[in-house]
Structures are given as structure tokens and as C-alpha cells.
Design a protein. Structure first.
Length: 303
């Protein structure tokens, strides 16, 4: 079976390694040019993996690249796998492989279709996560399901990194058996229940700005939801310097400090305690930005 693998992020690298270790190395790997690395906060270069396994590599900025499409027509693949590629796929590519185009979504489809689903699962308090391999069509993550793993999550504790790694790990576990079955003539395709679907909106960098008038619990949840492998939550000092926060915890005492939302109440080394809108404080444990933050200074996100 002739296969093509398209991807450009950490999850792509995990999937490609899993396929190679299972003796299912693709015939062609397609990934982004290195100068486009900034397009993804979780970018991963697939070149070294392809080189180590003797796989032909082609770098393109878009899947509708004429040179790529011509190469695919000449190759006539049976299966194309797109794992970790944020662009919409055109009809020409969808119709090209004999078996179809297989995609990955880090959520339990039909729930949580759309964009930024790792942060949205945490922000909306979802208690079930998932990894879904599905047949891509022209809709938004609405194609028939080829394989799926569903698991429990605790939205009050889990971080974006933990949820990302869990979903990717499950995907890497179910992908090789699925590909082996397709090679043997199987093509599992379970229709999604569209009435049960939920659709996540795109998130932009400004959506990660901290509003200190919100409760400490809500801000802590935001920090977990948009932290690594994503850019992190941000706030600004009085001098408009950007502070990026990637780890925080609720301060153990709710009655110790009195102050304004966003006001720094205590500094202990790198640990900074900040007042929130509900009168509780957050301890910022991991952050980057100004070398020094002053006690009683006000941090300001959007209102």
C-alpha cells in the first residue's frame, strides 16, 4: 500500500515514529519549510525522522502546492494521512488517494469539532477527552470515524501539555493497527452523530490575556489551558512590558491579602502572589518577562 504522511507539529512526529516502528513507514513525508516553523507553537521538524528511515521528504507551505500535487498524481497513493496540519484540504487532494484521506482530531468527535480544542476542553470543563482518526471530507471534522479512543480527564487539574500528550499518545497507539487493517482491505467508517456535535471557535493570542477582575480559579484555569505547548497566558506591567505566565496555583489562604485586582501582594524569589477579582490570590510559579516585578505594582490584562 502506497502511503503519504502530512504534518508539521509534535503530534505529527509522534505519529510518524509510531508508524515507522510498526514497519509502516510512509512512502512520502510532506512537511513545512523550516522558515515556516513559527506557524505552529508546537512545530516539529519531520526531516530527521524521514532521513533516519530513508523516506522521501517534500517541504511545502500549502497542500495545494502545484509541485506537490503533481508528485502525488504520479505516485497515486492508496492512503494519505494528515496529522498536525492546520490548513483546509481541497477537493483535488481528497479525491486523489484510493482509500481516502485520514485525519486526526485530539477530541472525542463529534464533540469539540473545530479549532483550539485542547484549550477549549479545559476552559469549558469537559470531563471526557479523546483521540479520533477520521476520514476527512470538506466539512469541519465531520467525516466518518475510522478509529477512536475516549478517556476521562479532570478539567480542574489537567494542563494543556498533559491533555495534548494524552491525546497524541492514544492516537499513536490506535494509528498503526488502523493502517494495517486498511492495508488488508478494511475501511472502518462510522458516521458521526451530527446532532451531538459541538464546534469550537478559533482562539487568537489576545484570548490568552489575563483579566485580573475574574476569579482566581478562572484565571488559573486559563493559565493551564493555554500553557505549553501553546504560548501561555499574558499580562502587562505598568510599563506595558509583557509577562507570560505558564504555571500558577491558588494561594492556600483566601483571607491573607487585601488589594486590588492585578496587584502584586507578595514576592518570594520567583514566586509572585497576585490579587484576583474575587478577593483570592494566585501564586505565579513559572513566568517570563521583566527581570523584576515590584511589590504592590498592578498587572493589567483586558477589562
Amino acid at each position: 500500500m502506497r502511503t503519504v504522511f502530512i504534518g508539521a507539529v509534535e503530534g505529527s512526529a509522534v505519529a510518524l515514529r509510531a508508524l515507522c516502528e510498526a514497519g509502516q513507514a510512509p512512502d512520502l513525508v510532506v512537511t513545512l519549510p523550516l522558515e515556516r516553523a513559527s506557524a505552529h507553537s508546537d512545530f516539529a521538524d519531520l526531516g530527521p525522522i524521514a532521513g533516519a528511515h530513508g523516506i522521501r521528504l517534500q517541504r511545502v507551505a500549502r497542500t495545494d502546492d502545484p509541485a506537490l500535487m503533481e508528485a502525488l498524481r504520479q505516485m497515486a497513493p492508496d492512503l494519505v494521512m494528515i496529522i498536525g496540519w492546520s490548513q483546509l484540504i481541497g477537493r483535488d487532494l481528497l479525491d486523489l488517494p484510493g482509500q481516502g484521506v485520514l485525519g486526526f482530531h485530539p477530541a472525542p468527535l463529534p464533540r469539540m469539532r473545530g479549532r483550539a480544542v485542547i484549550p477549549w476542553q479545559i476552559l469549558t470543563g469537559q470531563r471526557v477527552g479523546g483521540a479520533t482518526l477520521f476520514w476527512i471530507d470538506e466539512g469541519v471534522d465531520d467525516g466518518e470515524i475510522a478509529a477512536q479512543s475516549v478517556f476521562d480527564i479532570d478539567p480542574d487539574r489537567i494542563t494543556a501539555r498533559e491533555l495534548y500528550d494524552r491525546a497524541v499518545g492514544e492516537m499513536a497507539r490506535i494509528l498503526p493497527p488502523l493502517v494495517a487493517g486498511i492495508a488488508a482491505g478494511e475501511r472502518p467508517a462510522i458516521p458521526q452523530d451530527h446532532d451531538a456535535a459541538t464546534i469550537c471557535a478559533r482562539r487568537r493570542p489576545e484570548d490568552g490575556e489575563i483579566d485580573w477582575t475574574r476569579s482566581a480559579a478562572m484565571i488559573e484555569r486559563l493559565i493551564r489551558a493555554v500553557g505549553p505547548p501553546y504560548p501561555g497566558a499574558t499580562t502587562r506591567t505598568g510599563k506595558s512590558e509583557i509577562v507570560t505566565v505558564t504555571c500558577a496555583r491558588l494561594h492556600p489562604r483566601s483571607d491573607r491579602f487585601i488589594g486590588l485586582p492585578g496587584q502584586i501582594q507578595h514576592i518570594d524569589g520567583r514566586e509572585v502572589t497576585v490579587m484576583c477579582g474575587d478577593g483570592r490570590c494566585l501564586d505565579l510559579l513559572d513566568w517570563s518577562g521583566p527581570v523584576r516585578l515590584g511589590r504592590h505594582a498592578i498587572l493589567g490584562g483586558r477589562a
